[in-house]
Write a protein that binds this ligand. Structure first.
Ligand code: IVH
Length: 679
């Protein structure tokens, strides 16, 4: 570049350019360890900047690359307020709900408006991001959070090639918030999970979780190693200065360098629904996951007149696709023994792509269900995978002439007798933890993310530890013979050190995690948390009698019996004793705190639940809210931050409205969970 810049304006312009460039290279060099220019080129730019800053003679700002060394301190997960709230979308699950939406739109807009243009966009299954540009420069990127404040993920977002750092400035608002979805393509997701499996790590359940997990990394180098993409679908601050309708806004965003999806238009419900049919057919062939379509009233003037409810606009709706159902053939039917000994028929399938993941096994639930559906080896069946749920065989399309396997009377793994409890469809291995299958599953449960979170102890490692007799109970994990492990193929020093560290870090688990990790039948995360809150220590829980257990909300006679039974088993007491002896000391008082702040969009917020929810029981909803960092309270007051209202909500909802407390519905809760990667 020509350095004979003389007049102050072009001098300043060049200084701005150099500062931007150098900041970018600092990021590549210091944050990603992946410089994209040589040291000599960098030094030349830095020297030029120094010279020009002296020539200009104005005070040099603190953050100029001539005054800083390395990258600026990480801003990871700091709260960032959105200029305009980031709303969510109401859902339509069938045609009738789309008709209702359209009727309401026309009603609000008035009789005379018979033509309403809608823009139809695929609904990407990723996570929403707000990109804030000032004077054309990306200043930060934040997750949606609670809609008002999100978490700073700038360093990670900068690794996504689809996202420009700098926008062509002509005609651009001074502050522009670009909104869109960060997602992982089906191919990148499959590759990532292959790698996870090779490394013995847990695979991600779906591309959305993988994308969310990748953006929530403390180390941007990890994010950079994941292939993430971005589609822009909207704007916050500065939107009106860019366009007067959604379709033009998308064109403008594309012109600015953002990837934008191809969209369709319609002016009535018939048009919307025929578009829905078309996209549903296209869906399996798309490079990325979509879970529905979004219908948006195109004109911003209309959008404004329609306004928004507390969390979603009245001018848009998400028309969800039903869970993808894919045909395939059953190659074999095997019997799998679960953690609690339940023996489940599992179909081994010709592998198929369902919901972005390759499915080669699907549950047949239980022997009676398998027989009722007439499923045999060789049947052609439909397989479904809804969200994170394990794949299941829905029904046979062609039963075929193969055989239906006989219900085993001995455990397929250890040979112990099979029992069937009265009133239960399930069959069960009677051997408890002396059955290697049950032991492996118990260990997998013990090490899982929501339990002791022992990273590195994947399925393969656990299986080998059991098969080689190194681990006979969960307590043995804390007395591992690392010398033996060292001789194993693929077990490098780094991996060993990581395993050691994971074990060390887990020595003081929150009491509720520890209780959950024990794998007591009927004690899920919710119950474990309640038990921890009520009893405060492991000793008190172990000594609890039936009445004090039953006095806890949500603990019935069956659960109480299961807890008492668990602690009365000598084998379980021995395991607990050796865990304690080996220095695993559960910590009371942490119940109610989210696993980590990055998963806590409701950290410190007080939330009240009212009415009946569709997807969660009251206890499940409470537990989910706590995992999001919220304190759940039973009464509405000025101290409440949110009220979540389900069907038939009564006086609490009235009170919330009277006090002006924001009211959310169940889909908002689901949205928070999704954003936090917890659903
Ligand atoms: S518009 C006020 N358009 O869906 C409207 N959202 O369930 C805000 N999403 O949080 C969203 N694709 O993360 C919009 N084409 C699209 C979308 C989309 C995916 C996500 C987004 C949002 C969630 C709402």
């Amino acid at each position: 570049m020509n350095n004979r810049t003389t007049d102050a304006a072009s001098l300043k312009q060049r200084i701005i350019e150099l500062r931007r460039e150098l900041k970018k290279h600092n990021y590549f060099y210091y944050v990603l360890d992946r410089p994209i220019i040589s040291d000599a080129e960098y030094d030349a730019m830095l020297r030029e900047l120094e010279r020009l800053e002296t020539e200009l003679g104005e005070p040099v700002p603190e953050d100029s690359p001539t005054r800083t060394v390395g990258a600026p301190p990480s801003t990871a997960f700091r709260p960032r307020e959105h200029g305009v709230p980031m709303l969510s979308l109401a859902n339509a699950f069938d045609d009738e709900e789309v008709y209702q939406f359209d009727r309401r739109v026309r009603e609000v807009l008035g009789e005379e408006n018979t033509v309403v243009d809608y823009l139809i966009e695929p609904k990407i299954d990723g996570l929403a991001i707000n990109l804030r540009y000032e004077a054309g420069e990306l200043v930060f990127a934040a997750t949606r959070g609670d809609g008002h404040t999100g978490e700073d993920v700038t360093d990670n977002v900068r690794t996504i090639e689809d996202i420009p750092w700098l926008l062509e400035q002509q005609g651009l608002p001074e502050v522009l918030e670009v909104r869109g979805e960060v997602y992982m393509s089906k191919a990148a997701f499959a590759e990532l999970n292959r790698k996870q499996q090779l490394l013995g790590e847990r695979p991600f359940a779906n591309p959305r979780n993988a994308a969310a997990g990748s953006l929530r990394q403390l180390d941007p180098k990890v994010t950079a190693s994941r292939r993430l993409n971005f589609f822009a679908y909207g704007a916050g601050l500065g939107m009106e200065l860019l366009a007067d309708r959604q379709s033009t806004l998308l064109q403008k965003l594309r012109a600015l360098g953002f990837p934008v999806q191809s969209c369709e238009k319609a002016c009535d419900v018939a048009g919307l629904l025929s578009s829905y049919q078309r996209w549903q057919k296209k869906r399996p062939d798309m490079d990325y996951e979509i879970d529905g379509l979004v219908y948006k009233v195109d004109a911003f003037a209309y959008q404004e007149r329609l306004g928004s409810l507390s969390r979603s606009p009245r001018w848009a709706i998400a028309h969800k696709f039903p869970a993808e159902e894919v045909p395939t053939k059953i190659r074999d039917i095997i019997w799998q023994v679960g953690r609690t000994g339940v023996i489940t028929p599992v179909a081994v399938l010709e592998p198929v792509q369902v919901g972005g993941a390759t499915v080669s096994r699907a549950t047949l639930h239980n022997p009676s269900e398998m027989q009722r559906k007439g499923i045999r080896i060789g049947s052609r069946v439909l397989v479904r995978r809804a969200g994170d749920v394990i794949p299941e065989v829905i029904r046979a399309i062609d039963k075929g002439t193969g055989r239906t396997p006989a219900i085993p009377d001995a455990c397929p793994v250890c040979g112990a007798a099979v029992i069937r409890e009265p009133d239960e469809v399930a069959i069960r291995c009677s051997a408890g933890l002396s059955c290697p299958a049950q032991l492996k599953q118990s260990l997998e449960h013990f090490v899982s993310r929501s339990a002791m979170d022992l990273e590195g102890f994947g399925e393969k490692l656990v299986a080998r530890l059991v098969d080689e007799g190194l681990v006979k109970s969960v307590a043995d994990l804390y007395a591992l013979d690392f010398e033996r492990l060292r001789s194993w193929e693929g077990m490098g020093e780094k991996k060993l050190a990581n395993l050691r560290m994971a074990l060390e870090r887990s020595r003081h688990p929150a009491l509720h995690r520890f209780i959950y990790a024990l794998g007591i039948r009927h004690v899920g995360e919710v119950t474990a948390r309640m038990l921890a809150e009520r009893f405060g220590s492991l000793e008190a829980l172990m000594a609890a009698d039936r009445d004090s257990l039953i006095s806890i909300e949500g603990v019935g006679p069956e659960v109480a019996e299961s807890i008492r039974h668990f602690f009365s088993e000598p084998h379980n007491r021995e395991t607990i004793d050796s865990l304690l002896e080996r220095g695993v000391l559960p910590q009371a008082g942490e119940a109610g705190v989210a696993a980590s702040p990055k998963q806590a969009p409701l950290a410190g917020k007080t939330v009240v639940l009212t009415g009946t929810l569709e997807h969660f029981t009251r206890e499940q909803a409470k537990e989910r809210l706590r995992r999001l960092g919220a304190k759940v309270s039973s009464s509405v007051s000025t101290k409440s931050d949110w009220v979540i209202a389900g069907a038939k909500a009564g006086s609490k909802l009235e009170k919330a409205k009277a006090l002006g407390i924001p009211v959310a519905d169940e889909s908002q809760l689901i949205e928070w969970l999704r954003e936090a990667g917890l659903e």
